[in-house]
Design a protein around this ligand. Sequence first.
Ligand code: FAD
Length: 197
Amino acid sequence: MDASATERFDVVVVGAGLAGCTAARLFALKGLHVALVKHHIDIQAFKQLCTHFIQASATPTLQRMGLDQLIEDAGGVRNGIDIWTRYGWTGDIAPIDKSGEPVFGYNIQRRTLDPILRRLTTNTPGVTTLFGCGVRALAKRNGVVSGVELGGCRTDLVSAPLIVGADGRTRRWRRSRASSQISRRTAVSPLFALIAV
Ligand SMILES: Cc1cc2nc3c(=O)[nH]c(=O)nc-3n(C[C@H](O)[C@H](O)[C@H](O)COP(=O)(O)OP(=O)(O)OC[C@H]3O[C@@H](n4cnc5c(N)ncnc54)[C@H](O)[C@@H]3O)c2cc1C
């Protein structure tokens, strides 16, 4: 769904990479009205500089999102880790979860993963996409962060009480004003293991 001007949201998520799409979908599944803002207009865009390994610790989040089956359908391969230590190979331990099932992650290329997740998120009821827009700065009302100023396809304000910075490395807009009111949870952590919405 495309947003019309000056809408209010419960959450604005800045950046539609893995962190942003994950946060937006999980917030929306909780019933919140989410704006997902992304520089690029292309839903097929993917991170060029990355390898293919998703650790097993992320699998519960993938399952919660309904992404695990989509990864398998797209040819993602279940993986494990085998690390040499002074006590031998860790792979000999064969980890299992609470229900006794083997623990695994996935190997999948970003050119496949990113579009799958972005499509899943943009089709989630409650998520409004603002692709082709960049966040230029935080907006404040009475000294409190009240939303973001957009640039690109739209140049108005989008308001929400919670702004999630999922734009990768720290950008100028986040340093601009009152950045302590932004959730940084999604900004610096590895794939998927990070989200605790
Ligand atoms: C060589 C390499 C190999 C890696 N291999 C692995 C691996 O095997 N396994 C693993 O788990 N991790 C790996 N990583 C790390 C992984 O790539 C990152 O942790 C992950 O992609 C970060 O996702 P993100 O969504 O936080 O940020 P990003 O992918 O950087 O997404 C941020 C998004 O925000 C958008 N954006 C930025 N500023 C704005 C703005 N002002 N307004 C609107 N949108 C904005 C950008 O366009 C971008 O789409 C690797 C990294 C590198 C460099």
